[in-house]
Design a protein. Structure first.
Length: 357
């Protein structure tokens, strides 16, 4: 049994199409000033016609796998956290499995709205630490632009598209993912949901006409609960890890609203200088926000080996959770696979797939 699960690869993909607040001013009755002051969002990325949750997931996963020096055919599990899957079923993770050529991997999705990535991390960690698997690609990805009501200014200004991925591997290191805690409260489910299109309210012409296949939200209620739940979850995850806030080098919160993030930090008496924020450029990318933020934090030098990191999320359901981990970083001393090694891996994979059974 492995002692620990560590993150050995990370990466993200954001669509190239940028939608600014100025552009939204032309679509709904809003203003750059309102959006920026109430949410901190200046722009978000919007998937192009050909892009889907699975295609963005695959791109993020490829970067993460390259960094972990793991070939797709050696991946044992692919877990996609998303509430905007390609299909009701099959799972988006299956599309990713095929696109990656991860011929030996199991694949499934996890849906806990914006808490999906932390939930997927909890499941993957459990599987790795129990010895069931040696590695997993854990993805958070969303194409929420396809589920937004572009006539509803209270929601359409908030969300964006993108994907982030990490590779989790078994390790005998004494540290890794130190704790993950998850909570939920389904009694207020209707405060943030897509009402129709599921088995309870199947899609009909009427549901389409009423826009019930799109996101509805009571933002004020969500806001208040998010602040309290995220702060509580952070404290619980720290206690489980046997650490205090002073030990945390970087907090990476779900990027829903800068005011939520600031109030969580204030409640915890945690300095904003040690909180990673990129909501101004991406908006709320739901399940993708934390893995995108992790990748950007590493790229900008804000995550170093040995750093204790606090992840904290809140989303529809309601669901919330937090995780404390020690940043492992890339493997030591071995060069990452070059183009030749990657090409060899791809050829082996094709051979494997066409091999008669
Ligand atoms: C949505 C949110 C930004 C609204 O901010 P708020 O300060 O609560 O604003 P209110 O809802 O009180 O609305 C204030 C006014 O602004 C208006 N308004 C709402 N959206 C607007 C927009 N995009 N542009 C301009 N005005 C807007 C409202 O209609 C309201 O007008 P009224 O006073 O005439 O009725 C905020 O509640 C929020 O971020 N909630 C959490 C949402 C979230 O993060 N969800 C995902 C969780 S994972």
């Amino acid at each position: 049994m492995a002692k620990n699960a560590v993150i050995t690869g990370w990466g993200f993909y954001a669509p190239s199409r940028v939608m600014t607040n100025a552009e939204l001013e032309r679509i709904v009755d809003t203003s750059d000033e309102w959006i920026t002051s109430r949410t901190g969002i200046r722009e978000r990325r919007i998937a192009s016609d050909g892009e889907t949750t699975s295609s963005m997931s695959t791109r993020a996963a490829r970067v993460a796998l390259d960094r972990a020096r793991l070939r797709p055919q050696d991946v044992q599990m692919i877990i996609v956290g998303t509430c905007s899957p390609d299909y009701v079923f099959p799972a988006t993770a299956c599309m990713v499995q095929n696109d990656l050529g991860a011929t030996r991997a199991g694949a499934f999705d996890i849906e806990a709205a914006c808490t999906s990535f932390v939930s997927a991390l909890a499941v993957a960690r459990g599987m790795v630490v129990s010895g069931a698997i040696q590695n997993a690609v854990v993805i958070g990805a969303e194409t929420l632009s396809r589920f937004l009501n572009w006539k509803d200014r209270t929601t359409c200004v908030l969300f964006g598209d993108g994907a982030g991925a990490v590779v989790l591997e078994a390790s005998n290191a004494s540290v890794g993912i130190e704790s993950v805690i998850l909570h939920s409260d389904g009694s207020q489910a209707e405060k943030l949901m897509i009402p129709a299109g599921g088995a309870r309210i199947p899609a009909t012409q009427g549901t389409l006409d009423r826009g019930q296949h799109l996101i509805t939200m009571q933002g004020g209620d969500v806001f208040k609960l998010a602040v309290k739940s995220m702060a509580d979850a952070a404290e619980e995850a720290l206690a489980e890890a046997g650490l205090g806030l002073d030990d945390i080098a970087l907090m990476v919160p779900h990027q829903a609203n800068i005011r939520i993030i600031e109030q969580v930090a204030k409640r915890l008496h945690f300095p904003m200088e040690r909180v990673f924020v990129n909501i101004q450029r991406y908006g709320n990318t739901s399940a993708a926000s934390i893995p995108i933020a992790i990748s950007e934090a590493e790229a900008t030098g804000r995550l170093r080996r040995g750093d204790k990191v606090l992840l904290v999320a809140f989303g529809g359901g309601f669901t919330w959770g937090a995780s404390v981990l020690e940043w492992f970083g890339a493997h030591d001393g071995v060069r990452p696979p070059g183009p030749l090694e990657r090409a060899r891996g791809a050829i082996e994979d094709v051979v494997e797939r066409v091999r008669p059974v």
